[in-house]
Design a protein. Structure first.
Ligand code: SF4
Length: 305
């Protein structure tokens, strides 16, 4: 019987996502002519759909956009793509998160100082592709520890290590140690963002206290997957759900599931989290206690009050 619902102290929209959505909203209200977002503004289908309904287009490549305003998503983009868009006469609105832009600056400065960079991240993620675009001849990507440690000796090179903003904080601490053992001269630039650190730390605190963790987020959201995986490692029952519709009441037929933790990825709107809490309270027959941090108290009481 579900008795307690614990809300993670940090969850949901991060600064970079809020900022990108604000840019896209303002642009769609004020721009004359067509407005197109390159890729998904943030990795959440509800947010993407909201802009489609406003008549904002979406393109996978700048080659598919011939006029109007082009919005760059929070994940950023390689500089040659921005140049290409500008050379086509497009009005470019850059909603790249400042913490991603900060990585561009770190890499540009390091390369000027003679460094080659190993970037620890998924090479197919938009953020990584944008970062690599800032110094394609000086960056090598490693998607995991195995790939990173298999890289050449490079003892004769000035070497730097950067990391995807949403990487697993504990895994990266291990990788960092092993990398330093292989390359003692390696300069570490820990570029995991503050939002990731706070959300993962909140899960590390929450997951040991509960029987199940539900992470609200899209399948396309790397940071949501990571939160679910961390929860699963700790409590053995971490599940990524897109919305309240994915909550299965039969999960709670299991009498051992008495407490559920709730978190959400950095691109998940609050209303989706609120809907999940509502559904869980309903499943408990209205008896489950909702426990949240001081920061989230207002937000949650609005839902269940
Ligand atoms: S997850 Fe971090 S880097 Fe990505 S948009 Fe949010 S604050 Fe920026």
């Amino acid at each position: 019987m579900l008795k307690k619902i614990h809300i993670a102290s940090h969850h949901g929209f991060c600064m970079g996502v809020k900022r990108a959505i604000k840019f896209a909203e303002e642009t769609s209200e004020n721009a004359t002519g067509t407005v197109t977002i390159l890729n998904e503004i943030v990795h959440n289908e509800h947010v993407v759909e909201k802009f489609k309904k406003r008549g904002v287009g979406q393109a996978k490549s700048v080659d598919d956009v011939s006029e109007g305003t082009l919005i760059i998503s929070a994940h950023g983009i390689a500089p040659d793509i921005i140049r290409k868009a500008e050379s086509k006469g497009l009005n470019v609105i850059d909603a790249t998160c400042p913490l991603v832009t900060n990585i561009y600056d770190i890499i540009t400065d390091a390369v000027k100082d003679g460094y080659n960079i190993i970037h620890y991240g998924n090479p197919h993620h938009e953020e990584t592709m944008g970062i690599v675009g800032y110094a394609p001849d000086h960056i090598t990507c490693a998607a995991n520890e195995e790939e990173l440690l298999a890289l050449p000796d490079w003892s004769d090179r000035k070497l730097g290590l950067t990391v995807q903003t949403t990487a697993h904080i504990e895994d990266f601490a291990i990788v960092e140690k092993k990398a330093l053992k292989k390359w003692p001269h390696l300069k570490i630039f820990n570029t995991i963002c503050n939002a990731t650190t706070k959300r993962q730390s909140a899960i590390l605190e929450l997951a040991p206290k509960v029987d199940m963790v539900l992470v609200v987020g899209s399948n396309s959201s790397a940071n949501s997957h990571r939160l679910a995986a961390i929860s699963n490692d700790i409590c053995g029952n971490g599940i990524l759900i897109g919305s309240a519709k994915d909550v299965d009441a039969s999960w709670f037929d299991d009498a051992t599931i008495e407490s559920v933790g709730i978190s959400a990825g950095a691109s998940t709107p609050d209303f989706l989290v609120e809907d999940v809490i509502k559904k869980l309270v309903e499943i408990s027959g209205g008896t489950a206690e909702v426990l949240q941090s001081e920061t989230d108290r207002k937000k949650v009481s609005r839902t269940i009050g």
